[in-house]
Design a binder for this molecule. Structure first.
Ligand SMILES: Nc1nc2c(ncn2[C@@H]2O[C@H](COP(=O)(O)OP(=O)(O)OP(=O)(O)O)[C@@H](O)[C@H]2O)c(=O)[nH]1
Ligand SMILES: [Mg+2]
Length: 293
């Protein structure tokens, strides 16, 4: 469908989730914003058009943080950045991985405050190992001195340097060290948590798009056909499944005729819009694979 009105609706649907970032001064906000913007699937905004809010803390949740988070009117995820500082102060080895201390801290803070809190090492999510830094890291791994020590501390800090040099001593390549630092940053988990939080926003966008298309369908029967097409019905179901799962309700994912029918039966009791979208999509899929009762 090359109708420009449909194209505009499709464009609104495809817009990345817009995330606003805030927190106390110096807590690491700019680095978190940069990390989220680099992650690819999100748009960081400073305007009032944000869909979601990321509130940045470091170390602890201060009373003023609670007040600020409480004042946010959008869905909000709290990100505890500088997680590396927790890892290095809570000394010793890391049986559950080097960022396990930070994850434990987040769980404790979550239990105490009722907020959902994800750890992040902001600097490692934005670290790029250029030639100078890589040469410096290799020197340190060899026990030599380097002129870029200061830059290394600024960009990787002690935790990042220790992890990178340990990996180099075990033979890691530059690409492997870059991947290791990114993994240690926990940025993928943060982005995933934001996407889960955004499921409601995405589902609402689908509903808005359908409402707009229904208006067009009054004068253009092809739009009506599109709305009833299998692809559209199934796309609505997928958005509905995401939001239901984001609320912690598991949805049966099988893709046999039997699985589709069971899912449809299971969700028939649910009178929400998401529930009816799941029933409709499941029955379409069931019919598509030639299901019979
Ligand atoms: N160790 C460590 N330092 C970090 C991390 N993130 C940021 N920093 C450092 O903390 C300082 C502040 O970081 P920013 O991201 O500029 O923080 P901000 O909240 O935007 O600060 P202002 O805009 O100055 O209020 C910088 O020196 C960063 O290098 C992190 O994950 N770990
Ligand atoms: Mg800043």
């Amino acid at each position: 469908m090359r109708d420009p009105r449909c194209a505009a609706i499709a464009e609104r649907l495809a817009t990345p989730l817009r995330v606003a970032v805030s927190g106390r001064a110096g807590v690491g906000r700019s680095t978190v914003a940069k990390a989220l913007a680099r992650a690819g699937s999100l748009a960081v905004t400073t305007g009032s058009d944000a869909d979601l809010h990321v509130y940045v803390i470091a170390e602890v949740v201060k009373p003023e943080d609670r007040v600020a988070i409480g004042a946010v009117t959008r869905p909000v995820l709290t990100v505890l950045t500088k997680a590396d500082l927790i890892a290095t102060t809570e000394a010793g080895r890391y049986p559950q991985g080097p960022t396990s201390a930070a994850r434990t801290r987040c769980r404790q803070l979550s239990d105490r405050t009722g907020l959902s809190i994800e750890p992040l090492v902001g600097i490692l999510a934005v670290a790029t190992l250029d030639d100078e830094l890589w040469t410096g890291l290799r020197a340190l791994a060899d026990g030599r001195v380097t002129e870029v020590q200061e830059r290394l501390v600024q960009e990787l800090d002690l935790f990042g340097i220790a992890q990178a040099t340990a990996a180099i001593r075990l033979g890691a390549t530059r690409t492997e060290v870059i991947a290791l630092l990114r993994r240690l940053s926990c940025i993928d988990d943060v982005v995933h948590a934001i996407e889960v939080l955004g499921a409601q926003v995405r589902y609402q966008r689908v509903l808005d798009a359908v409402a707009d298309l229904e208006t067009l369908a009054v004068t253009d029967p092809r739009v009506g056909e599109f709305l009833c097409s299998d692809d559209t019905v199934v796309a609505r179901m997928m958005a509905a499944v995401d939001i239901v799962e984001a609320r912690g309700i598991p949805v049966y994912r099988g893709d046999t005729a039997d699985a589709h029918l069971r899912r449809a039966m299971q969700w028939r009791q649910d009178k929400s819009l998401a529930g009816s979208d799941i029933v409709r999509g499941s029955l379409r899929l069931w019919a598509e694979v030639g299901g019979t009762v």
